[in-house]
Design a protein around this ligand. Sequence first.
Ligand code: TPP
Ligand code: SF4
Length: 530
Amino acid sequence: MSRFGRKLLSGNEAIALGALHSGCALGVGYPGTPSTEILENFSLIGGSAEWAPNEKVAAEVALGAAFAASNSLVTMKHVGFNVAQDLFFTASYSGIQGGMVAVVADDPGMASSQNEQDTRSLAFIGGLPVLEPADSQEAYDFTKLAFEYSRKWGIPFVLRTTTRIAHSNTIVEFPETSPELPKAEFVRDIPARVMVPGHAKPAHARLRAKLADMQKFNEESGPNLAIEGKTSDLCIISSGVAFQHAREAAPEAGFFKVGFSNPLPLAKIAEFAKGYKRCVAVEEGDPYLADRLRAAGIGVEPRDEKWRFGELNVDRVRAQLAGDLSYEVPAVKSKPPQLCNGCPHVFSFKPLVNLGCIVAGDIGCYTLAAMKPISGMDMQICMGASIGMGLGLRKVLPEAQARKVVSVIGDSTFMHSGLTGLLEMVYNPPPTGHVVVVVDNSTTAMTGQQEHPGTGRKLDHSPTHAVSIEDVAKAIGVQNVAVFKPVTEGEKFQKYLEEKLATDELTLIILRQPCLLAAAEIAKRKAAGK
Ligand SMILES: Cc1ncc(C[n+]2csc(CCOP(=O)(O)OP(=O)(O)O)c2C)c(N)n1
Ligand code: SF4
């Protein structure tokens, strides 16, 4: 391809540009490291971008656009892909008329996540095709390919990135295209889009046929790369950033770099590998390549469990190739993360600790209150789980302990998946009632101060309707709803909390004070009348 433009871009910026140059009509997502900057950049360079309340809603909106023959982008981190799975596992059956690309960013090593699952394994189970870029150039190129392939086969494509691809800057060359938007139109096709059993059975067969056709295409002309070795001693099958590390660790080896990783070009890899004495799969996360290749009878060495954990680097790959299981990445001296000095969350947790509460917590900056010196949170699993976990505790604990249970959730997390927990609380109230505390700092602080449906602003910070947490709680039947400022009304909050813990009623308390980092921006916008 002739290249005209040239820029130093992160993988996330390159994906945004690739989407724009694919005529993507709509980008939707929910923030999550390391995926967040994709939509922010897409908006900055002129794309239409929105934060949805959560990843499933984002994927639903993107699917609707793709049903109308448009190109749509949906972005999320790996755990967000779990939230959206219900949609994806059937959208792969229904197919689409336009193009839909789901960028899912994995976090091997858990720099900023609660687990290190591998999106390739999940996509494989769901019958979703996957492309895996290995640098920013490929992030750009593969985004465009993903749209092209998605339209060609009428199925959502997953673009799997990892932290190093998302956040590393490398040169990207691109043609100066003026994007042409595919024309939006709706063509009725009830058997293809309404997934009742009678329609879904043939749709499943269609999906498997599409996957077989994609595999054939991938064998013949997929975006993979074969590099002959300088000797026939070793061949490495790899993908994504692991390929870059492996190239540096073993420059003499033969390489098969997989770019289209589901469905795999198994015959092509088998043909390539058979000329080598030894064949090793080098990859971050699950032994996805190793297991698939071994199942296909390709003589890839089994991978030791040690290499499943954390990110790879050149030394770790050298150790894997040498079979050296004693290698440990030298520890980097770093300070454990902590809440900012003066953060309103610090004040929110003091009364809970004073009253000896059992705190079912959630994910956000406030999770850091679980650490010393506050030690104010007793459990945290996934977004939105605090309310349900609190209700479960309340239902089985002896009364004295049950009365100490409080669910604590952030404002963005409440919008993401706390609402359904609140419905459960009203529907199946525990005998001792329950107390939910929403620590509302008017932003999604943990991922870098993004807007959400409660802030009254859209992704680009322009004004929109604000969903009121207190109005929602009252409307669905929560008996007591109160709002306090955690920094200045700590005592009032503690007294109210103590009182409500002693009743059998349902209570929602909002502790509202802006995040220190977001406060200046919020004040600036207010002053400008925005
Ligand atoms: C399913 C899922 N999506 C996204 C994330 C990334 N993430 C972690 S916490 C969080 C929201 C934090 O906002 P909020 O609840 O308002 O708390 P704050 O950080 O502002 O204190 C996000 C988006 C995640 N962990 N899981
Ligand atoms: S970024 Fe905001 S919410 Fe997070 S710790 Fe700092 S002040 Fe608190």
